[in-house]
Design a binder for this molecule. Structure first.
Ligand SMILES: Nc1nc2c(ncn2[C@@H]2O[C@H](COP(=O)(O)OP(=O)(O)OP(=O)(O)O)[C@@H](O)[C@H]2O)c(=O)[nH]1
Ligand SMILES: [Mg+2]
Length: 278
């Protein structure tokens, strides 16, 4: 049986680490086991319990303090991720994946990693070669809904990640709780075909507005992207998102159907009869 991995990706601050913590807690409530991995060399703190932390291999501070490298935070992060690709044995040893294990992987938020660099694709392919079923969970902050220009940039980044990683992909809109009054209208914004309802900032020129319009039309014509809203304070919302992700990863399809044995069933029938006769 394979192992499973949700690769949690998305722009900086979109809520990836918070999502991983929330999912870890949700799995505990469901009585399911999962392991969370911190793959962000620049992470300062996180609330989840990490099985593996890339910072034990390399951290952004190590790289930025190196006097020969002369790298800043962005170049440093790319260097760390490339270093990981040269040290996959370390990761495999520390993950020690077994059949049916379920991993949630908290990735860095630097958007270049998902748009034009190959590092994350190499990582995903490596997981596949270890017999993982991999799916990408792309998070976008609901604040991207406030204006059409922002919305298209978020949508295009999600699309770019989808085509770059080439794995089953789900887009989640996070921080729904901060929308307050607009919360009831969220369904209007989960599909980019509804972009006309998103405010078109007047400060942009006509040409820019036309460009945004054309980009939305391409996305709409090909039904390329949509977003699942996730309210981390609502159990049903988390359950629904997880059900979609499980289907995407084909989780549970290879598990044996549990058949209660005859003895157990006879014993239960006897108990029922006794209770009826009381
Ligand atoms: N209100 C609200 N705030 C959230 C939610 N999810 C995350 N946040 C806040 O958003 C900020 C960023 O969240 P993180 O989970 O650190 O985001 P991240 O994507 O891991 O950020 P980077 O690792 O820096 O890329 C934190 O202040 C969180 O408390 C949410 O569902 N609702
Ligand atoms: Mg984070």
């Amino acid at each position: 049986m394979p192992a499973y991995a949700q690769i949690v990706v998305g722009p900086a601050g979109s809520g990836k680490s918070t999502y991983c913590h929330m999912m870890q807690q949700h799995f505990q409530v469901l009585g399911r086991s999962c392991r969370v991995i911190n793959l962000d060399p620049a992470a300062e703190t996180y609330k989840y319990e990490a099985t593996v932390d890339i910072r034990e291999l390399i951290s952004i501070e190590d790289v930025m303090d190196d006097e020969e490298l002369h790298l800043g935070p962005n170049g440093g992060l790319v260097f760390c991720m490339e270093y990981l690709t040269e040290n996959f044995e370390w990761l495999h040893e520390n993950m020690d994946p077994q059949d049916d294990d379920y991993y949630i992987i908290d990735c860095p938020g630097q958007i270049e990693l998902y748009t034009h660099l190959d590092v994350m694709k190499v990582f995903v392919d490596k997981l596949k070669s270890w017999d993982f079923r991999v799916g990408a969970v792309y998070l976008m902050d609901s604040q991207f809904l406030v204006e059409r220009g922002k919305y298209i940039s978020g949508t295009m980044a999600a699309l770019s990640c989808m085509t770059k990683l080439e794995v089953p992909h789900m887009n989640i809109m996070t921080k729904i709780d901060v929308l307050r009054n607009a919360r009831e209208e969220i369904d209007n914004y989960t599909d980019p075909s509804c972009y006309e309802r998103v405010e078109n900032a007047t400060k942009y020129t006509k040409r820019y507005a036309k460009l945004v319009d054309s980009l939305f039309r391409v996305i709409d014509d090909y039904s390329l992207v949509n977003f699942q809203p996730l309210d981390s304070s609502d159990e049903n919302s988390i359950n629904y998102a997880l059900a979609i992700i499980d289907t995407m990863l084909q989780w549970g399809e290879d598990q044996d159907v549990k058949v209660r044995d005859e003895e157990e069933r006879d014993f239960e029938n006897e108990m029922d009869e006794l209770n009826l006769n009381d």
